[in-house]
Design a protein around this ligand. Structure first.
Ligand SMILES: *[C@@H]1O[C@H](CO)[C@@H](O)[C@H](O)[C@H]1NC(C)=O
Ligand SMILES: *[C@@H]1O[C@H](CO)[C@@H](O)[C@H](O)[C@H]1NC(C)=O
Ligand SMILES: *[C@@H]1O[C@H](CO)[C@@H](O)[C@H](O)[C@H]1NC(C)=O
Ligand SMILES: *[C@@H]1O[C@H](CO)[C@@H](O)[C@H](O)[C@H]1NC(C)=O
Length: 465
């Protein structure tokens, strides 16, 4: 072990691609980083190659890593989510002192982070002043290396314990939704207008110049143009079964747990599940007939309508995502800064887009904004998009083209703007068969009705049917 003690600004555990890039980025910004990987050869290889000629130092044990850090020590882990994170925390705690900081930069599930924070703090709440100092010391490093939009860093302290991992999870869920919507737009345009991949790429090129300007539209444009070795579009040679790693599912589970109607991301996750049962779909395609309706409208107008369907659905999806964050913040006592979150996502991540700048503006104008759809910019944007959106969803239905995300978004919009929903009938049904009682509109009283004129309060007529 070398004798250099207290020389590095931050330690990084895990030398996979992301870890290496982060270390080099920090080094470029003038920070001294200590690199550690459990596999010793990894450290040596990194020091002798990518890190050669830099100020980066290495460590061959957790003890050496901790010794080389300046106090208060800052250690970031970029290791596989799960037991490895717990194991490293356990190792680190042997050598760290009160006031040192452990950062879990991986895709941990936020309830695990809440649990780990409690464990590391020995069950007590963090000292407020102490925590503020910590935020500042790591903020300096991370904001220096983060992407910037108009000079502002797309990186911020999100909140206590699991808040950071929660917000990252919602980011990934929103990403699922954005990707699904784009796929539906592609599918509808392809089937309705019979467009080639090149023609579709041109449409995405146009879309990327306006309100839909975003990383995912941009890569879709490039993917559609990409040719296989035989000159045909590569995208058409790719098997239509989608994989997933779980963050989309976690977002939906969290939505169900908090009772938040995050319908679009839910449909996006289920669309991946449906795509995965390919052999069953092939069988179904031979058994279940669809309509034989041909599109007869104006092509150019329809392309414009699809862009509007995409834009409006995207607004709904983000509105739903922010509804979920509000609910979770309430349950976990987090103070989330919504304009800060939008700014963080504005650049440097998969869902980065011009549109997030508009969301940031909405929450900057009104940090207490109850729903994104109540911001005048978005109220107007959605309402102007509705004619095209409705046309696309109905065309898809008439022609039998699946559009689960675009249509779920429209159903949510129509449900949300209805002061009266048919849940009155639903409550009556619940009271009829289960005596669950219902609330009267005229005097708010909770009552039960003897609907059948027979039996007791909890007699279940469903069994008599
Ligand atoms: C070590 O590096 C490899 C990448 O080569 C990575 O997959 C692994 O997670 C790292 N492990 C630890 C614990 O540092
Ligand atoms: C929220 O974040 C924005 C953007 O980073 C920042 O300007 C603002 O001061 C933050 N608000 C609070 C209450 O911290
Ligand atoms: C419901 O109404 C019928 C007929 O009037 C009556 O016989 C029965 O006792 C009532 N049940 C209850 C729980 O009030
Ligand atoms: C039936 O339900 C009503 C309302 O909940 C209650 O006031 C009444 O006592 C119940 N009757 C019987 C027979 O349990």
């Amino acid at each position: 072990m070398s004798q250099e003690v207290g020389i590095a600004d931050i330690g990084l555990i895990g030398l996979a691609v992301m870890g290496q890039n982060l270390i080099l980025n920090m080094n470029d910004h003038g920070f001294v980083v200590c690199a550690y990987n459990r596999t010793k050869e990894k450290v040596t290889h990194f020091l002798e190659n990518e890190a050669k000629g830099t100020k980066i130092v290495g460590a061959y044990s957790v003890q050496e890593l901790c010794m080389k850090l300046k106090s208060p020590r800052k250690v970031m882990m970029l290791v596989k989510a799960g037991p490895a994170v717990d194991a490293f925390i356990k190792d680190l705690l042997e050598y760290l002192e009160e006031g040192d900081i452990i950062i879990d930069g991986g895709n941990s599930h936020y309830p695990d982070t809440i649990r780990r924070t409690k464990e590391v703090n020995g069950g007590k709440d963090e000292d407020k002043k102490d925590k503020k100092d910590k935020d500042v010391t790591v903020k300096e490093i991370f904001q220096a290396i983060s992407a910037k939009v108009d000079g502002e860093p797309c990186c911020d302290y999100v909140g206590q314990d699991g808040a950071g991992h929660f917000v990252k999870m919602v980011h990934n869920g929103i990403e699922y939704g954005d990707m699904q919507m784009i796929c539906e737009a592609y599918h509808i345009l392809k089937e309705t207008l019979g467009l080639s991949a090149d023609e579709l790429s041109d449409i995405f090129t146009e879309w990327n110049k306006g309100e839909l300007d975003s990383y995912l539209i941009e890569i879709t444009r490039d993917i559609l143009k990409f040719k296989d070795t035989d000159g045909s579009p590569l995208v058409e040679h790719i098997k239509d079964t989608a994989g997933q790693k779980g963050t989309g599912k976690w977002t939906v589970v969290s939505a169900l747990d908090t009772g938040s109607p995050v319908t679009l991301i839910g449909e996006a996750v289920f669309a991946r599940c449906l795509s995965a049962i390919k052999s069953e779909r092939v069988q179904a395609s031979k058994i279940l007939p669809g309509p034989n309706v041909k599109f007869t409208g104006d092509k150019k107008q329809f392309i414009h309508d699809v862009s509007k369907a995409l834009y409006a659905s995207k607004i709904i999806s983000y509105a739903q995502g922010f509804m979920l964050m509000r609910e979770a913040a309430k349950e976990n006592n987090w103070k989330l800064n919504y304009s800060g979150i939008a700014l963080m996502w504005r650049g440097g991540c998969i869902i980065r887009s011009v549109f997030l700048g508009d969301i940031k503006n909405a929450y900057t104008k009104n940090p207490e904004l109850e729903n994104l759809l109540f911001d005048p910019f978005f109220t107007k944007a959605v309402s102007e998009a509705t004619p095209g959106w409705r046309n696309v969803v109905s065309q898809a239905a008439l022609q039998g083209i699946p559009a689960p995300a675009l249509s779920a978004a429209l159903a949510f919009y129509d449900g949300y703007r209805h002061a009266v929903l048919p849940a009155n009938l639903l409550q009556a049904q619940r009271d009829y068969f289960g005596a669950h009682t219902y609330q009267r509109l005229d005097n708010d009283a909770w009552v039960h009705t003897n609907w059948t004129g027979r039996g007791g309060n909890v007699s279940s007529t469903t069994y008599l049917a």
